[in-house]
Design a protein around this ligand. Structure first.
Ligand code: NAD
Length: 491
């Protein structure tokens, strides 16, 4: 049977030639069974196109390709590997508008936001390109009769599973450090947003990576993700997604071959505003903190704590800011927020809004569906929220903010940390000593002061507690893709 692994897609005035096959050995191929799945446009609910769906046999084929490519990839001088990453960064930059528009089409985020994401993606590939020839062991002079040193080696074939909220960015955070260290990769993108990852695959083939070094599969958690997590020839699995699935990944890794695991999971992050803060700046940061990417952000500052003296004024300004937000088509340049990613996400977030109301919280703003097509939901603000409410405890992963009044530093720190998550936290204050005290007290992997959501390629990113294991980005991100060998030579 002849299968086409490319399609032509039109949306509005835009058109794309898109790969739809599984990317293995630098080529787009059909899945073994030929099965495909729909990917939809969140602004209309219509099918954009179908892509091939990877199953267990496809994972086996991709792993074999990645295994074969290891020797070639590792025989290339480190600086040359860096050049492949730099070339990929250049190609992504040259195609940034097309990639951003595609990301927006598949995910629903505004094109403006997607352009920002692509710029971040380019920086990450460039940052890790610079590391390829700087990954070093140590020589240790321990005993004159011995020559003792450490060698830092890649792990081998790495499995990577990414979510749908920042498809291009999550792809870059995983591919770049793993490649810089000399690993080869089998990556599964999210079934909700497969398109931009495949477009990057096209650029990977052009950037000079040998066939099999990067393999990208579109598919579902079951069977594709599970086949990766359970594969005995995969040395490590790097996962970003929900805490529930992260737990399963760890079990599958343990039960198969004890592969190494890093997990970037969920959050219920506190955003704390003291009455000495610059109020307008704090309102801005708290607004972006929860509503960026329609709240579909692992770091979402979904619990906003405001000190009693400024509480009423803060809520008024926050509501005002919310009323200025423009929910609209992701390609509308005046829109500041787009739809949620799909019907499932829309229903899940909407049900939390109903739960909040039933629990007795006050829905102080928004929370209603907009339009009849697509998955547009007004950002929502809850006040009169108590600690036991589900909207306060659970990750909603949507544009729903809970604002809570507090009196003292001690009280708010206790509340902020009273969660099983520990991904991010922020403090807004003009008191430097207080900022430092709070930062030290926060049980979170990322702490922001007078800002929010600032992630930089040079700084490690990851979670405390049940928000994750391991780190991405920075030098720490490299360590997760290497293993160290100790060598003792008897001279
Ligand atoms: P999800 O856990 O449902 O899915 C994540 C990925 O895992 C997808 O590719 C999915 O297909 C795959 N998957 C699902 N079930 C699987 C299974 N049984 N075996 C193997 N793979 C499986 O999460 P999501 O809805 O895509 O993303 C939202 C979640 O991701 C939120 O909880 C969010 O906080 C988290 N997230 C965390 C970070 C971070 O860096 N900490 C970043 C983005 C998103």
């Amino acid at each position: 049977m002849a299968f086409s692994t490319h399609v032509h897609v039109e949306s509005g005035a835009k058109s794309w030639s898109l790969p739809t096959g599984l990317f293995i050995n630098n080529a787009f191929i059909p899945s073994v069974t030929g099965s495909k799945f729909d990917t939809i446009d969140p602004s209309t609910g219509d099918v954009i196109t179908q892509v091939f769906q990877a199953g267990k046999e496809d994972v086996d084929i991709a792993v074999t390709a990645a295994q074969k490519a290891l020797a070639t990839w590792q025989s290339i001088p480190a600086a040359e590997r860096g050049k492949c990453l730099l070339k990929l960064a250049d190609l992504i930059e040259q195609n940034s508008t097309e990639l951003a528009e595609l990301e927006s089409l598949d995910n629903g985020k505004t094109v403006k936001d997607a352009i920002g994401d692509v710029q971040g993606v380019v920086e990450v590939y460039r940052y890790y390109a610079g590391w390829t020839d700087k990954i070093a062991g140590q020589t240790l002079d321990i005993d004159p009769k011995l020559h003792t040193y450490t060698r830092v080696e890649p792990l081998g074939v790495v499995g990577q599973i990414i979510p749908w909220n920042y498809p291009l960015m999550m792809q870059a955070w995983k591919l770049a450090p793993a490649l810089a260290c000399g690993n080869t990769i089998v990556m599964k993108t999210s079934e909700k947003t497969p398109l931009s990852g495949l477009k990057v695959a096209e650029l990977i083939a052009k950037a000079g990576f040998p066939p099999g070094v990067v393999n990208i599969l579109s598919g579902f958690g079951t069977p594709c993700g599970e086949a990766i997590a359970r594969h005995r020839d995969i040395a490590k699995i790097a996962f970003t997604g929900s805490t529930a699935v992260g737990r399963k990944i760890m079990i599958m890794a343990a039960e198969s071959n004890l592969k190494k695991v890093t997990l970037e999971l969920g959050g219920k992050s506190p955003n704390i505003v003291f009455d000495d803060a610059d109020l307008d700046q704090a309102v801005e940061a708290c607004f972006g903190g929860i509503f960026e990417n329609m709240g579909q952000n692992c770091c979402a500052g979904s619990r906003v704590f405001v000190q009693a003296g400024i509480y009423d004024l803060f809520v008024e300004k926050f509501r005002q800011k919310m009323s200025q937000a423009k929910l609209g088509h992701p390609r509308d340049p005046t829109a500041t927020m787009g739809p949620l990613v799909d019907a499932q996400q829309f229903n899940s977030v909407s049900s939390y809004i109903s739960i909040g109301v039933k629990e007795g919280a006050t829905l102080a703003y928004g929370g209603k569906r907009q339009g009849t097509k697509g998955f547009f939901l007004e950002p929502a603000l809850f006040t009169d929220v108590t600690d036991s409410m589900r909207i306060y405890q659970e990750e909603i992963f949507g544009p729903v903010a809970c604002v809570v009044k507090f009196e003292t530093e001690e009280e708010v720190l206790k509340k902020a940390n009273a969660t099983s998550y520990g991904l991010a936290a922020a403090v807004h204050t003009n008191d430097l000593r207080r900022a430092v005290r709070m930062e030290k007290g926060m049980k979170a992997g990322n702490v922001w002061v007078n800002c929010y959501n600032l992630t930089l390629p040079q700084l490690p990113f990851g979670g405390f507690k049940q928000s994750g294991i391991g780190r991405e980005l920075g030098e720490y991100g490299l360590r997760e893709y290497t293993q160290v060998k100790s060598v003792v030579m008897n001279l």
